[in-house]
Design a protein around this ligand. Sequence first.
Ligand code: NAD
Length: 474
Amino acid sequence: MTQVSPFWLAGRPATGDGEIVVTHPYDGRVVGAASVPTQQQVEEAVAAAHAVRAQAAALPLHVRAEALAHVARRLAERAEEIARLITGENGKPLLWARGEVARAVSTFRFAAEETRRWSGHTQRLDTEPAAAGRLAYVTRVPHGPVLAITPFNFPLNLTAHKVAPAIAVGAPVLVKPAPATPLSALLLGEILAETELPEGMFSVLPVPNDRASALVEDPRLPVVSFTGSGPVGWAIKDRVPRKHVTLELGGNAAAVVCADADLDHAAARLGLFSNYQAGQSCIAVQRVYVAREAYEEFVPRLVAAVEGLVTGDPWQDTTQVGPLISVDAAERVETWVKEAVEGGAEVLTGGVRDGAAYAPTVLAGVPADARVSCEEVFGPVLIVQPFDGLDEAFELVNASRYGLQAGVFTRSLDVAFQAGRQLEVGGVVIGDVPSYRADQMPYGGVKESGVGREGLRSAMEDFTYEKVMILTGL
Ligand code: NAD
């Protein structure tokens, strides 16, 4: 019998009027189910978040910090169980699922620390004679309850990236997880329910997308923090232009390999991080531009790195590349690669689909307008191309609608800073892949990759506004 996980309604477990059945992408077997709230229950969750907002904002910092630290501790204690839950629902190899849990632990740990540092400041106004005797006291105040909409690819950590800063600033949060992977967000709800947070402070609502649209438009939820695909994210922003909307969207991340780089290191890192999570990461490397003088030497190393990856059963400790989220997703990648090949691309390795699995693939000679180049593949496909001169390399990176992160392999500090200045992205990684992300750093995109920033401190600022009190007669 399939176990049906309850959802979390204002901090309490509840069951509704339907179920989402969750299947394992590797073999299609049922791994669990999530109870789906009724419209009435969704309304109760929103009303509870709205009602508790003032109490939440006034919650002492030590209560918030202790709740966040508790979540970090419990995630760490239950790490292996949760990693297995993530592998079950998402299909990512245990290697990456364990890494995701570790990152969620540090996300909550950082949040607990940032909470203790969350403080206002004063600003003297007597810089002008007219303001003599006046002082400004500036604090940050939550906009109100946060609607957190999350994708399937990091079902725990991307939820943590929204829940932890919301609690840190004293904002109630309603999580709407991806339908394919609701189980780890529901487990996070179970752990949050062990804390002393007030009733109504959090709900986890695995509702279908049409009901999520109603949540987006609900005026009692002034903040929408969305991570997912561009079309859905931008449509949300268009629908509620007056809300505080953060969009963490997709990309087709690029890396530049300069002639002075350590080619073995670059090949190993690029080979792995174009394929980790089967390429289903918004900052998975998709395009690699290599200095022409190093190209002939570099490409065989890259292909060898990709061919050396361990693919297959995500439950094996050594597996590095598992299936995509669904057969449909793998078929889409297959179609895009075929199109590129028909346009003249050469398959250096891979290019084969088996059910939901797609073999790690390297393509050369890809036409600039092929979808594997200019769209987000979200699959284990890397394109490699030579460049002549740094200006050309940076132009190629920037010739994208997206701009999340870019990586530059070089030993030159000058080149590093030039990249920092010229690349139109939210983050430039020097000496490593664009796929690097530390959870406390500001993270987000430009262009079609989104608006706003995550990372603990940045998200805390995004969820709040500055309020000033002016003290007179001092
Ligand atoms: P998706 O856009 O299909 O879904 C994301 C979430 O939005 C899900 O919870 C989904 O149910 C919900 N949703 C769908 N339609 C909705 C609607 N009309 N109203 C409200 N909610 C709705 O994305 P996905 O396939 O789950 O995830 C993959 C995408 O996420 C990729 O594009 C990837 O690049 C992006 N992503 C971005 C980041 C980042 O930090 N920038 C991180 C991870 C993933």
